[in-house]
Write a protein that binds this ligand. Structure first.
Ligand code: BG6
Length: 503
């Protein structure tokens, strides 16, 4: 049935209706992530029959031209399944365009009217998800407008989804959280860090807390150090304008790497309750040792890529990228040595590094264990002992590797390290869903476990403020200090070497 421009599906016994209102629905995030993920949910049968997507934007599309654009995005970015024309037809009929200015009161009146029409047609009250896929500056505007037009008031049905970055430092994050919580109640607010939607990231909880043998050794008595690496091959691409103001510490460390750190270092939650898990994560951030200004110099490294070779191709340096100043001092690489000051982790260093234009893409966490208390083997059994380690591989390879010693076959007692592999693809024979699909489904069913609470965001900023302050005041003289396609600045290796460790 067609009503007021909307296709309305009639399925009285399906789950309640839901409307995704995407502010910035004509933009990049909707094109690359949100629509392909919603399409994925549709194909998997995880969207209710009664759903609508309203793309709010200034760009000037019609329903037809917007759908065409989004179809190209789904083709390009929907990896797990091929796009069947029939599926796309069924899905795209639910997408509608609303041309609007984000700051104008009329926009919200028009939106409210459309939402009311839908509810009337469905004969039910829909869940309304307002997703801000807009530049961060609009996060201060849209929630207020939604609230004054009465669209935020229904605690049970109105939800708002906000993308990172939440602020650019502690103060601005507090201000933004203030704006959000004035318009919506905290349980209605879903702050996205898409890393939390990745299967392998969620699996850290399963690995640690569903198996009896790791937790007893997951502490300072057995663990020597932990390294967390997020290396990307991509540079800043067309995002120079944003990245010049952000830098790698804000773009990657404050959110994605801090989330990984929390999952690997947190205490065992008592239940799978959203707040219980988030409480345990926030406790890790509160326990992070604050750097003194002097420690920033010895415990952190920043870098910026210069020209280089990547996959055999010449690539530009950061300063040659579009919208980047030729003398930019923005970091594209950050490494930190952190300590979690609590009983479990006292004196165990956590080394974090994130960089763009690195030799190869890899996201992984390595937990390295202390040597056995006594090595009773012949002295020539091993040439150079290496730590036993557990590697949690997040991407592109997804799995877990336990590296330990084994006897080499033969008459002599020789030992060598071997890898015990768990590989997602092989074990489950099914590709992981896109991170955004997991997260959007969770918003739909009102499960906040994988979303950041305001106190968590602020605690992460608070831990990094000494670094941000010190980096702002001291100009990095040596930039660019690593070549595109390399493994980052050499000083990042020294950071670990000082403690007898390596990446
Ligand atoms: C985003 C950052 O949050 O994550 C980007 O803004 C980065 O700079 C991206 O490239 C990495 O995400 P993924 O899922 O490709 O590891």
């Amino acid at each position: 049935m067609e009503l007021g421009g909307f296709v309305v599906m009639d399925a009285s016994n399906s789950p309640g209706p839901v409307v995704f209102v995407i502010f910035g629905g004509g933009g990049d995030l909707a094109w690359r992530k949100l629509i392909p993920s919603l399409f994925h949910l549709h194909v998997k049968g995880e969207l209710p029959d009664r759903f609508a997507i309203i793309a709010v934007d200034r760009a000037g599309y019609s329903d037809r031209t917007l759908r065409e654009r989004l179809r190209a995005g789904v083709r390009q970015f929907s990896k797990p399944q091929r796009m069947r024309p029939k599926d796309w037809r069924g899905f795209s009929a639910h997408i509608h365009y609303l041309r609007a200015e984000f700051g104008a009161a009329k926009t919200y009146r028009d939106l409210a009217q459309r939402l009311t029409e839908l509810d009337k047609a469905w004969g039910a009250q829909s869940v309304r998800i307002f997703h801000l896929a807009t530049p961060p500056s609009l996060v201060g505007v849209i929630p207020r407008r939604l609230a004054t037009s009465g669209l935020a008031g229904d605690r049970a049905r109105a939800r708002i989804v906000v993308e990172k970055p939440i602020g650019s430092d502690l103060e601005s994050a507090r201000a933004l959280n203030g704006v959000l919580t004035k318009s919506f109640q905290e349980p209605q607010i879903f702050r996205i860090d898409h890393y939390l939607g990745k299967e392998t990231v969620q699996n850290i909880l399963a690995f640690r807390f569903a198996n009896p043998m790791f937790e007893p050794i997951w502490n300072r008595r057995y663990v020597d150090c932990v390294t967390i690496t997020v290396a990307e091959e991509v540079g800043v691409g067309h995002r120079g304008k944003y990245f010049e103001r952000a830098g790698e510490l804000r773009d990657m460390v404050q959110n994605h790497l801090m989330q990984l750190l929390c999952l690997v270092a947190m205490e065992a939650p008592v239940s799978f309750d959203a707040d219980e898990i988030r409480d345990k994560k926030v406790a890790v951030l509160h326990a992070l040792r604050r750097f003194t200004p002097e420690e920033v110099a010895t415990h952190t490294v920043r870098g910026q890529y210069g020209r280089g070779l990547l996959g055999g191709k010449r690539v530009a340096g950061y300063r040659q990228e579009k919208d980047v100043a030729p003398d930019s001092t923005t970091e594209t690489y950050a490494a930190l040595k952190l300590h979690v000051d609590n009983w479990r982790w006292q004196d165990v260093p956590f080394y974090l590094r994130a960089g763009k234009r690195m030799a190869r893409q890899v996201t992984e966490i390595v937990v390295k264990f202390r040597p056995v208390p006594h090595r009773m083997f012949p002295t020539d059994a091993v040439l150079a002992w290496q730590p036993t380690r557990v590697t949690l591989r997040i991407q592109p390879e997804e799995g877990i590797v336990v590296r330990c010693y084994a006897k080499v076959p033969g008459s002599l007692m020789r030992l060598r390290q071997v890898d015990m592999h768990f590989n997602y693809r092989e074990a489950f024979k099914t590709p992981s869903p896109p991170a955004y699909a997991t997260l959007l489904r969770d918003v739909m069913v009102n499960d906040a476990t994988l979303f950041m609470r305001s106190d968590q965001v602020e605690a992460a900023w608070s831990a990094l403020m000494p670094v941000l302050d010190a980096w702002r005041t001291v100009t990095p003289e040596s930039f660019p200090n690593y070549a595109a396609g390399s493994s980052g600045p050499a000083s990042a290796d020294d950071l670990l070497r000082a403690g007898g460790h390596s990446w």
